[in-house]
Design a protein around this ligand. Sequence first.
Ligand SMILES: Cc1ncc(COP(=O)(O)O)c(C=O)c1O
Length: 528
Amino acid sequence: MRVLRNSAALKAADCLSAQRYLAASARNARNARLNISPRPSAQRLTSATGIRCFASSTSRPNMESYLAKEPAAPEFKTASFPGPVSEKAIAELDAVFDTRSLNTICDYKKSYGNYLVDLDGNVLLDVYAQIASIPLGYNNPALREVAQSEEMVNYIINRPALGNFPSGDYAELLKTGILSVAPPGLNQVFTAMAGSDANETAYKAAFMYYRRRERGEGAEFTAEENESAMRNAAPGSPDLAIVSFKRGFHGRLFGSLSTTRSKPIHKLDIPSFNWPQAEFPQLKYPLEEHVEENRKEEQRCLDNFEETIKNWHCPVVAAVIEPIQSEGGDNHATPFFFQGLRDLTKKHNMLLIVDEVQTGVGATGKFWAHEHWNLSSPPDIVTFSKKAQTAGYYFGNPELRPTKAYRQFNTWMGDPSKALLFKTIVSEIKKNNLVEHTAEVGAYLYSALESLAKKYPDQIHNLRGKNQGTFIAWDSPRRDEFLKVAKTVGLNVGGSGEAAIRLRPMLIFQKKHADLLIEKVEEIFKKW
Ligand SMILES: Cc1ncc(COP(=O)(O)O)c(C=O)c1O
């Protein structure tokens, strides 16, 4: 169990550990340059199952000792990828589970820190991180420790149907975890299970809010509404819409899929809502050289947005948008566009839903990516999942709670065990200043990539993500080939959209990892 400390002691300890972490980062970067393996600084035990764990002590193991035990560099051992052991395991799995989307078959017991280990023992520097979903590294000791706590065991084996039977400590768990990092201006949460689920429940909240205002405060549902709702017809089941943006991605469940516009393969054969899509800016890079053109493009998209919602056949109650369109190809827009969008949603009495499922939790160098924008008022709803390990949506206006119980409800409504994981993640992020750290490492990585792009202009196009932490991407003329070859030099990298290579390292990614990444990317370019 975590040892309780008073707040002064906690602050001092946090400060000390952050200093140690930064000192370790500097030392590791220097060691990496000098090719020195880090010195092991804490006793490591190997359990009977072969799982690496830390000697338990009264205080939580620190980030420095954790990172010191990472492999010094990636190591690709097999003649091809996947190697023979992986091939065999994939065949076995394929007999019972569709493996056509399989990327790497992993050994999570051996994976550590920023390194993912496959079944053949290939050690890959992981800058994809389970599709942008691992914040603190594999087998992070703080998470291992909380996973073994009484609190966690209780949450796992006595899982509550949260809407009906929350435990007495759920408010405390929310306040000290999920809500402790609520975006500015938002102070309530609806907890959910995954990104799509978070978005869908947010859409439902938006529709119910719209009808609440239309119907008038306190008005009861009419007999006609009750009867028509059961026939999926108006007025009970009204014709209302959510607008999303071309190339956006918001999930694959029924409602969220109607707002997803990234690739047809996700949508084919699935009936969908007749909802509008607006243009998302297509910026030209480098941004500094195309300021005027890009401004015009963003204004064009704002005008298109307004036209689209004004002319739609039914009321468009909310707009949903990603701060950086991730699955759709890492498409960025500037604060000008998002400020304009916020103002237009206000002007037309619509809600602004910001989907931070992929951008949230530190990767852009702010805890929430929309904090880069300086909006005139906060978004109405912000959805989250992935690195939070839990999911849901934040909101501030109490009227976004439906007028009656059970209108926004399901059996689990989230999961306290995942909320506890997020609380620990948040605590580690704060303790180790990982958001600021990611901003700093991201700037370092971006400038190294800028130099590489100058050296290999045929291979790196449209480098993007400046001042956006490690949320960096570029377009490659040989993208799919690059992703395959990357494995053979010891990199696990992801793609997005048609041609983008997207970097999604963890928040514990350091300058020494950035150096290794650059070295490996160049190794690929040299082969070509
Ligand atoms: C921006 C965004 N929204 C929603 C989702 C859907 O999340 P999930 O796959 O957890 O349902 C994703 C998943 O990649 C995403 O990137």
